[in-house]
Design a protein around this ligand. Structure first.
Ligand SMILES: [Zn+2]
Ligand SMILES: [Zn+2]
Length: 80
């Protein structure tokens, strides 16, 4: 599975393909960014990462991409 985040409202979704983009609470359509291959819950072989800026906690097989934190600029991922 892949982890996607809307870079406007910060919603996290675990989905095999990009989620439908409609209805962002921050206005207009969601703007999905694929953060990594992984999950929103712990699974064997995945490592936890948390963004210091937006607080998002995700589980990835490799370090997540840093682009477009909803709190502004890039995510600042910490390996937990
Ligand atoms: Zn959104
Ligand atoms: Zn962030």
């Amino acid at each position: 599975m892949a982890v996607y985040m809307c870079s406007k409202c910060g919603t996290l979704v675990e989905n095999p393909s990009p989620p439908i983009s409609g209805g962002c609470p921050a206005g207009g359509n969601h703007l999905w960014v694929k953060l990594c291959e992984g999950s929103l819950v712990f699974k064997e072989g995945l490592k936890p990462y948390q963004c210091r800026k937006c607080g998002a906690l995700i589980y990835c097989s490799k370090p997540p991409v840093s682009s477009k934190c909803p709190a502004g600029g890039n995510h600042l991922w910490m390996r937990l």
